[in-house]
Ligand binder design. Structure first.
Ligand code: SF4
Length: 223
């Protein structure tokens, strides 16, 4: 596992902590902590908790929750908005048309495999009619994302679209103002770029998005 994640879990164990702390004071019930050094077990425990979660009304309309997937020791984590119909059906993040474009970005652009990175969303359950999650839904689900990021301790986070950027960066700036600016979440560099679903609707945004991805790779390699 990477050093930040090992330090984090070891420090919890050294302090006698047997459960992973929440990243938010109103977070959902805590999952049992895995043995120090086992990020995969921590993510599995968190995913089980997500699948049982009823903290917001999205639990009533989901087919299944979509906790996230990928390398438990990634250099890069992508964070999107929320599951769509394909994700709700399969339980996996970014598997529809937008997911295919993200796959292309990862494999053709970054020369990596999807399994090299971790992919998650702000909300883990599909908002009806693919609407954006409400601020209440995003806040209810925030502790899951923050705990994922604590466990994963990546070198860089790429936020895909305004919903993820606004939640993690605590601002309400348009993407045009955020792109290219240095941001961080708890000292981890954050690179904002367009959501792949937006790129499907606005192909002219693909070039600036590619510039963002190049910056993401540079940031991750220098962290
Ligand atoms: S969206 Fe998040 S907070 Fe809401 S029910 Fe699903 S897992 Fe729980």
């Amino acid at each position: 596992m990477n050093q930040p994640a090992r330090r984090y879990l070891s420090s919890l164990a050294a302090a006698g902590v047997r459960r992973i702390p929440r990243g938010h004071s109103k977070g959902p019930a805590e999952a049992p902590a895995p043995e120090p050094g086992d990020a995969e077990a921590a993510l599995t425990a968190l995913a089980a908790e997500v699948r049982e979660c009823t903290r917001c009304s999205l639990c009533k309309t989901r087919t299944q929750a979509v906790p996230g997937e990928g390398n438990p020791h990634p250099d890069i984590v992508f964070v999107g908005e929320g599951p769509g119909a394909d994700e709700d059906r399969t339980g996996r993040p970014f598997v529809g048309r937008a997911g295919a474009l993200l796959d292309d970005i990862i494999t053709k652009g970054m020369k990596k495999q999807r399994a090299d990175v971790y992919i998650a969303n702000v909300v883990k359950c599909r908002p009806p009619e693919n609407r954006a999650p409400t601020s209440e839904e995003s806040e209810a689900c925030r502790p899951f994302l923050e705990r994922q990021l604590e466990i994963l301790a990546p070198k860089a986070i790429c936020v895909l679209g305004n919903t993820a950027a606004h939640l993690l960066l605590d601002n309400d700036l348009p993407m045009s103002r955020m792109r290219g600016q240095p941001f961080a979440w708890r000292q981890i560099p954050v690179v904002p770029t367009y959501h792949p679903a937006y790129l499907l609707r606005s192909p002219e945004a693909k070039r600036p998005a590619w510039e963002d991805i190049q910056r993401l790779m540079k940031v991750a390699s220098s962290s």
